[in-house]
Design a protein. Structure first.
Length: 387
């Protein structure tokens, strides 16, 4: 009776820099496999015995350690990573239970919520293999692949998704970065509208979970610049639901909020802190309004623009004498700015300085500080006030 080894069908594999990670979806165990173990797993297709497997990989292992090959195969079998089938009785064995696409997707969601993103990615990838035309599964795979840093899988998943849903403006925009295409001057209006139509229902709770500190730090640079001045005319660009507006209200005698998303403005209206609210694209609104302001604020808004001059210029035109522009952006490591895989732009401080000088403005206050968490990593921001 000849026994051969194959990978448990519940086990999901993913290559990493130094081998494989393997996740057993049935009992939710994650394994880290070195290159030799990864090769053994690749070879375990049910056609080879333990001795045949050991003979293939033996040249890759120091002579004095080759007995460890059999020990690893035994351990992997005991843990359920590998299963043993006999040629003579294989047809009589009870089938091993495999998770279906929906079960894997539900498991992926739970694992992600628990912070086990690599395991979640493996489950989601297998779910897509089982149900390759599911737009929901493809979109989730793209997101999880992005989280674990697998740009190629993220791009492939979004490409397949976009063939099925060609009008999805968010995915169209994200793919610009993942394809390494030349970035647009700013995030398209259709993308922002679609993003915040969905995001508006849970925006504030999500930002709180991410430890969002944009309004607090931006308030610090505003205080550094305006001092004790109050009774100002304030414009909140990209005001969203009004998170920053609440912090700004004590400075304002009159406060206007502008945002491209009608759904987000509806939430801001409920706060009852703005004297006027307007739906509109920011640069267009700035070039058509006749109002002037003592303070123009853009908290986490200029991240949707590449070259900041395209928005700082129109804002500067709407300043009253002695007015200031305060804004936050995500930090870039090198100048001038870059479209990230998140679909947002990050900016280098030198570019901020150059944009200010273009319109004869000075950096009155600047701080580098935490902005929020994203996929378990800290996002740092530039907080700037121009005057």
């Amino acid at each position: 009776m000849v026994s051969r080894l194959l990978v448990n069908p519940n086990v999901l594999l993913s290559p990493v820099a130094d081998g494989y990670v393997a996740f057993d979806a049935a009992d939710e165990r994650l394994y880290q496999l070195n290159p030799v173990a990864a090769l053994l797993v690749e070879l375990c297709d049910g056609s080879r015995t333990r001795d045949e497997l050991a003979a293939i990989v033996a040249p890759l292992v120091p002579e004095g350690e080759r007995e460890l090959i059999h020990a690893w195969l035994d351990e992997a079998s005991a843990n359920g990573l590998l299963v043993s089938r006999s040629e003579q009785i294989d047809a009589k064995l009870a089938p091993i239970r495999e998770l279906d696409a929906d079960g894997l997707a539900r498991l992926a969601d739970r694992l992600r919520d628990e912070g086990k993103t690599q395991a979640a990615f493996l489950c989601q990838r297998r779910a897509v293999e089982l149900c390759p035309e599911s737009t929901r599964l493809l979109c989730r795979l793209g997101e999880l692949a992005h989280i674990v840093g697998n740009r190629e899988t993220a791009r492939a998943a979004y490409e397949r998704y976009l063939k099925l849903v060609p009008d999805d403006a968010e995915i169209q925009h994200v793919l610009v970065s993942l394809r390494d295409d030349p970035p647009p001057p700013r995030v398209p209006d259709a993308c922002i509208k679609q993003l915040y139509e969905r995001f508006s229902t849970f925006y504030e709770s999500n930002m709180c979970e991410l430890g969002y500190q944009g309004p607090q730090h931006l308030l610090d640079v505003i205080r550094d610049t305006v001092g004790r001045r109050r009774g100002l005319s304030v414009l909140d660009l990209g005001c969203g639901t009004g998170l920053a507006g609440e912090a700004l209200r004590p400075f304002a005698a009159h406060m206007v909020g502008v945002d491209l998303s009608a759904e987000m403005l509806a939430k801001a209206q409920d706060r009852n802190i703005y004297d006027d609210l307007a739906v509109g694209e920011l640069t267009q609104w700035l070039t058509t309004t006749r109002q002037t302001f003592d303070l123009i604020v853009a908290c986490d808004t200029f991240i949707y623009f590449g070259d900041l001059r395209q928005v700082v210029g129109p804002a500067a035109e709407r300043l009253s004498p002695g007015g200031a522009i305060a804004f936050s952006v995500e930090q870039a490591k090198s100048p001038p700015f870059r479209l990230t895989d998140s679909g947002r732009y990050e900016h280098h401080f030198q570019h901020i300085r150059d944009a200010a000088e273009t319109f004869r403005m000075q950096i009155a206050s600047h701080r580098e500080a935490f902005l929020r968490m994203e996929y378990g990593e800290e996002v740092l921001g530039h907080y700037v006030c121009l005057a």
